[in-house]
Design a protein around this ligand. Sequence first.
Ligand code: GLA
Length: 359
Amino acid sequence: MSKPAEEKSYSAPGRVCLYGEHQDYLKLVVIPAAVDLRTTITLQKNQSNKIKIKSHELEKTHEFTVMRDLPLAFNDFDYFRAIIKVLFEEKKINEIPGFDISISSDIPIGSGLSSSAALLVAWLTALDDQLNLNLTKLEIADIAFKAENQVLGVNCGIMDQYSSSLGGIFSLDCNGPPYNTKSFTSNFDSIIIGDSCIRRSANKPLTILKNQINKGFEKIKQESDFKLATLTFDELENFKSILTEDEFRRLFGVITIRNITLQARNELSKKSQDIELLGELLTKQQDMLRDYLEVSIPMLDKLVKESINVGALGGKLTGAGLGGCMIALAPGKEEKIAKAINAAGGKATICKIDYDGAK
Ligand code: GLA
């Protein structure tokens, strides 16, 4: 009898988006921070050609036979199939053995903390090691993005997969590939996350906004060769008459968040950072997300407001919006802010920045 295969664990972190919400799919700059909430995959090769998965959080199991041209099952486990499909398509593998897999996660699903990217990245990190694929962390991010965007049809950008794979705080210029990244060492090491406990599929706000923004911007491009990366407020104002009110508001929000993100990138690049300014820039973004992109909800607004009332330097929703979580920046006052978030009906978690990424 051959020896049973060794059991090994692999994990990847969730993330918050500090600056640049709804900018990645527009090829603009984003600044995510990976946090110490992780999805862990424990697996061992089995003697079959079947992948057998058990999810602790979902209390569900799923099993499928591995093959080329693997169909999707349209269930919660399609993330596993999507990665395998991209690996075959990109000729990174010719075959794949069976595995017994168990998943556990402390990233709440559908909460804006990138639970899906963490699962994709953890699974791909596991396959990279088990099959000796020698993928770099950037390649892992790219493949995970293809799986989520092209195979699973989510209208996301590249921020979540890059953040989960690389870890840390960095700016990512989404105008690629290749995508430019610049890592920062921030003057703060914790973030308070406030969960509204309202779940939604991120694809809804992503699809609505992406369509509105692109429709508006297409109209502008027909008139002249503008780029979202450089469009000014005066130029946008000149096109007001050809845009619907919603299109104008969305584009105004997008270019304001673009400018806030560039200002934050500049501040984070400094050795000694103005932490109050970094806080203010979070709140300015939240105002745009609430009033111009219209993806906030009253509970998230309330959690941001209550956090600031008791001393946070700033806060915003994180992720696509319409539910999920907010974040607050309050170095040294984390406990106080967490209490206020809980008292306001949210669920607070104090997170450390994760500098490991997938492992
Ligand atoms: C989701 C997507 C990301 C990004 C954010 C909004 O989390 O997966 O790519 O678009 O929404 O900033």
